[in-house]
Design a protein around this ligand. Sequence first.
Ligand code: ZN
Length: 207
Amino acid sequence: MRKCWNCGQPTNDEQSRVCSDEICQRAEKKSSNGEFRNKGLVKQHEKNREYNQRPEVKAKQREYQRKYNQRPEKKARQREYQREYRQRPEYKAKAREYEREYRQRPEVKERKREYQREYDRRPEVKAKQREYMREYAQRPEYKAKQREYAQRPEVKAKKREYARERYQRPENKAKAREYQREYQQRPEVKARKRERYQRNKKLREEE
Ligand SMILES: [Zn+2]
């Protein structure tokens, strides 16, 4: 004698696990459709959740996750994902935006200026800079541009003005006088002067 699994009444039906009662028939149908099986799963899931909430279980899971993340293949996958992610246009746009915003921050600007100052003061950097300037000044296109610039009337005027102003400075006037005196003392200058004097004297005598 079999028993209906739903209500427990005896049943003669060899083909079914339930009796002929309509409720039990529906229950059997639901069960074979998976609803009761799901109920069991839900119960199991709740039990699992309760288990997983325990501190010692959580700690163990974290430890496992940490070890898992350290596996080479996992790391490689992570790197691959990161690489792919950074290639995306929306990520690039966001990164650019952030970069721009970051550079605008006063403390970042100040730090950069400070670093630049420190960098420019280095002897090897100064030497490289001078070398570059020298090389740059030798370029034909630069020379041509310089020549063209120097030919401008306003530039010429300014240059003349500057030379005059410089000559007017007392220390430069004194220097010029000193140079003149030194120049007149040179033997070849003296010789030329004497020669000129003799020539003029001769011309006067001949008149
Ligand atoms: Zn039944």
